[in-house]
Write a protein that binds this ligand. Sequence first.
Ligand code: PEP
Ligand code: CO
Length: 449
Amino acid sequence: MTINQTNWAKSSWKNFTALQQPSWPDQDAVESVLANLSLLPPLVFAGEIRSLKELLAKAVTGDAFLLQGGDCSENFSNVTAPNIRETLKILLQMSIVLTYAGEKPVIKVGRIAGQFAKPRSADTETQDGVTLHSYRGDMVNQADFTEAARTPNPKFMLQGYNMAASTLNLLRAFTRGGFGSLQRVQAWNQEFVAHSPMGRSYDRMAKQIDQAIRFMETIGISADTPQINQTQLFTSHEALLLPYEEALTRKDSITGDWYDCSAHMLWIGERTRQVDGAHVEFLRGVHNPIGIKIGPTYELDDIKKLIAALNPENDPGRITLISRLGMKKIEKVLPPLLREIKREGFNIVWSCDPMHANTYTATSGHKTRNFNDILSEITCFFEIHWSEGTVPGGVHFEMTGNDVTECTGGAHNIIDEELASNYLTSCDPRLNAEQSLEVAFQIADMIRS
Ligand code: PEP
Ligand code: CO
């Protein structure tokens, strides 16, 4: 891939304005952590990043489908084996539904192993007359409303690296070591989901897959192949904290190209995608696949400039545009974007984030999202692509494998008053395992048609 390396260095972003950065109280302490991080091993390898890019190139043409999902914000305290396993399980379940019922190869990308830094609408937060730094994610500060907890501490970047490394280590063990084998599709169904209507549909599908594998073995085709007994989960996070991303940026010894080895895929958030900003400057020079979030107030010209800056050679798989427009606005604002990008001939993976523009505050005071709104944005996304002759290439969710009550609706019809019963997110509300499975079945119907 040829990308624009003119005047680019992994530190050239420092000559541009970087929004959403913490104000570190002690710059020397930051430099010392960064020096340490830059000597530590990469978390992912350039070869893996290249394979993801090749797979994403297939999603440009509709020959594969991107499933990206995980927590809005990962927390250090949730980096435990059960949590990692449950997130992996629900991603595997959704992916098998999309592959089997939707008849499309699925590219699995977790918002995991590094999604520790968050953009905020304000730099500070005031409670009862006391003003402190906003909580910016576990890699920056802590959520408790005390001066000590809210003071940005660069050591958390080092801890974030370590948390990402141990998460990835377990994910690699699970996906390569048999847990992700197609012979275990049934075992991924969790107790609390198995008895629901979604769980039962899943179970029927799992039995058919089992039968197909047994049939293959009966006629002498071995099921002992990586296609059956291994799987691959790629990692991603918002490339927000630029000093951390720079410290993990390495030159690949095989190609001589620069890669941000903190994750396979990185995305630029809606709040930091200024064409002349530091985030775009940093990402233009690394060879990872890049996602760009697009909210309803986008300027067409900016989007075109972003694509030109980040993908001057129009390389397929490099750019995923993640629209997050809201179910009320998508019908009006998505078509002009699709038409213009199609007219320009840009190679794009079009992904739908039906979460971020459908957030509201429930009567109980919880930040939530309704399942029907989420489904309605996805349905519109597909229908608009079909009518414009473009390719709906993927979806992007905030979701968890746990039995939380953060989004309303779904087969169990969680209502506002029930949100408090298991509301665990430290940032945005996530679909629970059952809601995630339900949405996967709905999408499977759409991608098959
Ligand atoms: C996010 O994905 O958690 C996020 C902050 O998204 P956006 O940049 O689209 O608002
Ligand atoms: Co979010």
